[in-house]
Design a protein around this ligand. Structure first.
Ligand code: ATP
Ligand code: MG
Ligand code: MG
Length: 548
């Protein structure tokens, strides 16, 4: 049972159901469509959807689209795709912008009650007059306008009479409140911008902190779950529900956001990385976005398990990226077929193997899962091995190929190195070996032992392939006081190699996942794989010191 473990928000839900305070749990996932979802959002998605699922409740997908400037339908579509891919289906799709008329009416109600006023101060004046943590704020000179005057001005704000920033509508609460968020927060601002949903219908837009509680109340959300930065906003959230006389009274609960080592997880930063072309898009496999993780080769299962394992708490914490890697290895261990690929090829000629001849050898598809069966792979006089599986002058304890040494070729024969061919620069271009037919894999040969086993692919039928190896894009290690995340960008986050895969990879489809022997788990890249071009993204290497 994925949601078996308890946490403080679940305990509250259980209590509320027991006491009859709520009949049905309604939660929502409320992204702003101003970027692609990242793995931090996955935490919010799991929390909201699984909480409702467990108690036969409902979860809304609501686009919190109250800021026209940065929002776009491209983001709306990508968010829907990512939520579904993670394995969740919403019980209703909503747009905050559909409530603009009702939000406006509620603002008019506040004005009539003397709870809101139009302020003509500049943004700078308002900032200064807001006071500080230790100093109370100063009342605006416009604070005591009559309701009639405010209604007139607010209507004229709506009708487009004023320029951006010339006026705002503010709540009238308390400029001396110890909670700065209650010092007459803004409710509406003027913005002559085209909105992705409402077009040019509006030129005033509600502020997020005013809009959000109304959205929750309009939809009948019972438990409004958000991250801890909003804790100080909770009194204002309740104020809006109360003073706007909303029938439904949702409650806000906060939890600590998901952070991961070597990762920035703010759309603002991710957007900057994309816009400055540091990566090749929101779905670059180095991005912590859902689409980036998907393209790298992460499965929904692995992300869900990771997110659950991080728990739901109110204290700050940073999850180790190695934990995420641990869960994808666990997920793919028994599922992904294992094949051989050579990432940095070096040709080996088997001089005693007849020219023009070839044979097929049997190879297991997954040594830990017999159900995956086996495949046939070709073997002949010429093969490729990894460059670093050969050394002309090896150090002690090097058990792979070197002049005079014998190694096992995985799934094939023992070969012994007799000779090397070098180019004009002295680099080894070919290794000449002999093989021993008696040592064939599976033949039960016990005549002698070798210490090294290396992988290979047959040269004439091997398929060229590109391999992309990734390192973290952002490095925590590089952090110095005052560094921005741009100073921490890893210049070596991508290494591109050109090598070969087995011929049975000829029909590999985007998103096929495999384990390349000794190299790790790879995903067939969906963006660059087409026709004869094969691109493999390394999801994760095989080994880790990480223990759960
Ligand atoms: P960002 O700062 O990355 O833009 P956001 O909170 O502004 O994040 P929204 O689109 O408003 O992005 O977020 C939708 C929901 O996802 C919110 O309820 C938010 O609290 C939650 N969320 C965002 N980041 C995280 C995170 N790192 N961990 C958990 N929940 C998160
Ligand atoms: Mg936001
Ligand atoms: Mg934010």
């Amino acid at each position: 049972n994925p949601s078996a473990s308890s946490h403080f928000i679940k305990n509250i839900v259980v209590e509320d159901l027991k006491s009859g305070k709520v009949n049905q749990v309604v939660t929502r996932f409320p992204p702003e469509p101003n970027g692609y979802l990242h793995i931090g959002h996955a935490k919010s998605i799991l929390l909201n959807f699984e909480l409702a699922d467990e108690f036969n409740g409902r979860t809304h997908l609501r686009f919190d689209d109250t800021n026209p400037v940065k929002e776009d339908v491209e983001f709306v579509e990508s968010i829907k795709e990512d939520v579904r891919w993670l394995g969740f289906e919403w019980d209703g799709l909503y747009f905050a912008s559909d409530y603009f008329e009702e939000m406006y009416r509620r603002a008019v109600l506040l004005i009539k009650k003397g709870k809101a006023y139009v302020d003509d101060q500049s943004a700078e004046e308002m900032r200064i007059n807001r006071g500080t943590l230790t100093e109370p704020g100063q009342n605006s000179p416009y604070r005591d306008r009559s309701a009639e005057e405010n209604l007139d001005l607010f209507e004229r704000m709506r009708s487009g009479e004023f320029k951006d920033g010339e006026r705002v509508l503010r709540a009238k609460i308390d400029m001396a409140s110890p909670n700065i968020n209650l010092r007459d927060p803004a409710l509406y601002r003027i913005s002559h911008a085209t909105h992705h949903n409402t077009g040019d219908k509006w030129c005033i837009y509600p502020m997020y902190t005013y809009a959000h509680p109304l959205e929750d109340a309009i939809e009948g959300v019972t438990h409004s779950i958000c991250t801890l930065e909003f804790e100080d906003q909770r009194p204002f959230y309740d104020w809006v529900i109360e003073e706007c006389e909303m029938e439904n009274k949702p409650k806000q609960y906060e939890f600590a956001r998901l952070n991961i080592t070597n990762t920035v997880m703010s759309k603002r930063f991710l957007r900057q990385i994309v816009e400055e072309s540091i990566v090749d898009g929101w779905d670059d496999p180095r991005m912590p976005t859902i689409s980036g993780l998907r393209r790298k080769g992460y499965t929904p299962e692995s992300i869900r398990t990771f997110v659950r394992e991080t728990g739901v708490a109110r204290s700050y914490s940073v999850a180790d990226e190695k934990m995420l890697e641990y869960f994808i290895r666990e997920d793919l261990k028994l599922k992904a077929p294992r094949t051989m690929a050579v990432l940095r090829p070096l040709k080996v000629v088997i001089t005693n193997y007849p020219e023009g001849q070839a044979e097929m050898l049997e190879a297991e598809n997954n040594s830990e899962n017999a159900e995956m069966g086996s495949r046939q792979i070709p073997f002949s006089r010429e093969i490729y091995i990894e460059q670093d599986d050969f050394m002309e002058n090896p150090p002690n304890k090097y058990f792979r190929l070197f002049p005079g040494n014998e190694v096992r070729l995985k799934n094939a024969y023992f070969i012994k190195c007799n000779d090397i061919v070098k180019d004009a620069d002295g680099r080894v271009t070919e290794v000449h070996c002999t093989y021993d037919p008696e040592t064939k894999s599976g033949s039960g040969f016990t005549g002698r032992k070798v210490k090294g086993t290396i992988h290979w692919v047959e040269a004439s039928q091997a398929l060229p392939a590109e391999f992309r190896l990734y390192e973290p894009l952002i490095m925590d290690d590089a952090k110095e006081e005052g560094d921005s995340f741009l100073d921490r960008i890893n210049p070596n986050s991508l290494e591109v190699l050109h090598g070969y895969v087995e011929p049975n990879m000829k029909d590999a489809k985007p998103h096929d996942k495999l384990q390349l022997f000794r190299h790790g788990y790879f995903n067939v890249d969906p963006k660059h794989t087409a026709g004869d071009k094969r691109v493999y993204n390394r999801i994760v290497s095989l080994k880790s010191s990480f223990e759960l």
